[in-house]
Ligand binder design. Structure first.
Ligand code: FAD
Ligand code: NAD
Length: 473
């Protein structure tokens, strides 16, 4: 039987893999992408974690729950009285599923437009330049490729003491499909997923308790921003128990009991549902890494060099399966860079300017280094902060919580980090990313005209504040 031969074969069709495949095809390379995901409708689906059970569905539920919460609690301040406001969680989840279907189907369309072949099934490396595809239809084939890109992503890290039953004890994917509002919701892990999904269900009426093993809240964020976030989120009713080590979780009656230890000693809590969100781990099992001599590192990630090359000739790895931020936009940028590198172009991603966003209310967003990192590295810096309380647009929106904090080098004035908690921080951070990518100084930002009244004026004022010349505080 003739073996199909490609220039580029991508294993995994998430935001890393599908973007790499499209870019490779745009560059004239004969490209295929192996993807095995089966969607909720039982059909093969592209888009990986991000489109199926990650970024897009979680943001759909965050938006719905925010609209509901605002209708119930946010309109009176504007002088608007509404009647009874009700939520139909099943309709909310069905809307989310519709968006997911549209987007995953859209990737299929992009593949057709760009001439990428989708091989529906599971890919396994079987030798140099060879991948065996176990088709979702039961058929198997071996394909060969000059360049193979591993983009197999990640899955939730299991917690042995809290085994999932898929109904009452679930991972992040299960938590996107509740069709009723649990009265008491427990979440193990107060990280990004815990805070986002905790916000969704708290807005809909759940009493949410997050059990976080670390003694510090959001250690990856700037300390000042994390402290403000803690105050805002606990103020909204999220119970955040820090330093809580879960020792057991089990189904009990109609609910779940969780045993944990914290500074107060051994404790037990009862919930109707429990979400386990303690991080994600790379997917490399049954991938045949040993067939080409690739050894994952001690945490299971695939080691690569600056051009995404693994230790095996012609094999590359990108996205969540490689150490670094587990973010969709990072995976996609890796995908573009690796495809361009294979095509002989420049291959580079600037990991120093990757924005992080947590889609709570208010949103939390940052780029670059935190104040604690600069201190630890001994870098001299200046700080400029500006509160949204003093921003006209935020006040007009009745959304004046939070602040912008800008860090600049004390000698060169180069912007080293921007940290925002506030309305639409997810959009505002883009200006800071551009500024940092162009090596802007705080003075550059301060001298750029920002439209009035906009939320972006808060960044402008933070840049002015770094030189002690803010106008509105
Ligand atoms: P994945 O998206 O995991 O895709 C890997 C694909 O490879 C999967 O489709 C899998 O089926 C396939 N695969 C694996 N092995 C094989 C094989 N052997 N053969 C064939 N196919 C295979 N990131 C953000 O940037 N913003 C967000 O708002 C955000 N929200 C999130 C919310 C949640 C609830 C979760 C869980 C994650 C979120 N993320 C977010 C993280 C984001 O989803 C991931 O960083 C991103 O999907 C990683 O992309 P990837 O292509 O590396 O891997
Ligand atoms: P996370 O690393 O953000 O948070 C996991 C939390 O669980 C940490 O605070 C950790 O200390 C805690 N933890 C670990 N073991 C524990 C235990 N035994 N008991 C109690 N707490 C424990 O991971 P996540 O929230 O699962 O999300 C995974 C990744 O997915 C994120 O790191 C991020 O890269 C990505 N993601 C991104 C977004 C976004 O960009 N908005 C949204 C969701 C997920």
């Amino acid at each position: 039987m003739a073996v199909d031969r490609y220039d580029v074969l991508v294993i995994g069709g998430g935001p890393g893999g599908y973007v790499a495949a499209i870019r490779a095809a745009q560059l004239g390379l004969k490209t295929a992408c192996v993807e095995r995901w089966i969607g909720k409708d039982g059909q093969p689906a592209l888009g990986g974690t991000c489109l199926n059970v990650g970024c897009i569905p979680s943001k759909a539920l965050l938006e719905s729950s925010e609209q509901y919460h605002r209708a119930r609690h946010g309109l009176a301040a504007h002088g608007i009285t509404v009647g009874e406001v009700a939520i139909d969680p099943a309709a909310m989840v069905a809307r989310k599923d519709g968006i997911v279907r549209q987007f995953t189907g859209g990737i299929g369309g992009l593949f057709r437009k760009n001439g990428v072949t989708w091989l529906k099934g599971s890919g396994r490396l079987v030798g140099e330049g060879k991948v065996e595809v176990a088709g979702t239809d039961g058929a198997a084939q071996t394909v060969s490729a000059e360049h193979i890109i591993i983009a197999t992503g990640s899955r939730p890290t299991p917690l042995l003491v809290a085994p999932l039953d898929g109904v009452r004890i679930v991972d992040s994917a299960g938590a996107l499909d509740f069709t009723d509002v649990p009265a008491r919701l427990g979440i193990i892990g107060a990280g990004v997923i815990g805070l986002e999904l905790g916000s969704v269900w708290a807005r809909l009426g759940s009493a949410v308790t997050l059990l976080e093993a670390m003694p510090e809240f959001l250690p990856v964020a700037d300390r000042a921003i994390a402290a403000l976030a803690h105050k805002e989120l606990t103020g909204q009713g999220l119970q955040i128990r820090l330093g809580a080590r879960v020792t057991a979780a089990a189904l009990a009656g109609d609910g779940v009991t969780v045993d944990f230890e914290d500074a107060k000693g051994a404790q037990q809590a009862a919930f109707d549902r429990l979400i386990v969100a303690v991080g994600r781990q790379p997917v490399t099992d049954r991938l045949g890494l040993d067939a080409v001599g690739i050894a994952p590192d001690e945490r299971g990630f695939i080691p690569v060099d600056g051009q995404f090359r693994t230790s095996a000739a012609g094999v590359y790895a990108i996205g969540d399966v490689v150490r670094g931020p587990m973010l969709a936009h990072r995976a996609s940028e890796d995908g573009i860079a690796v495809a361009e590198g294979i095509a002989g172009q420049h291959c580079h991603v600037d990991y120093g300017t990757i924005p992080w966003i947590i889609y709570t209310w208010p949103e939390i967003a940052w780029v670059g280094r935190t104040e604690q990192a600069l201190k630890a590295e001994g870098v001299p810096y200046t700080v400029g902060t500006f509160p949204f309380q003093a921003n006209g647009r935020a006040r007009a929106m009745e959304a004046a919580q939070g602040q912008v904090k800008l860090l600049a080098h004390a000698e060169t004035d180069r912007v080293l980090g921007v940290h925002i908690i506030g309305p639409h921080a997810s959009e505002l951070i883009a200006e800071a990313v551009v500024a940092m990518e162009f090596c802007a100084s705080a003075e550059d930002l301060a001298r750029i005209v920002h439209a009035h009244p906009t939320l972006s004026e808060a960044l402008h004022e933070a840049a002015l504040a770094a030189h002690k010349r803010a106008i509105h505080i």
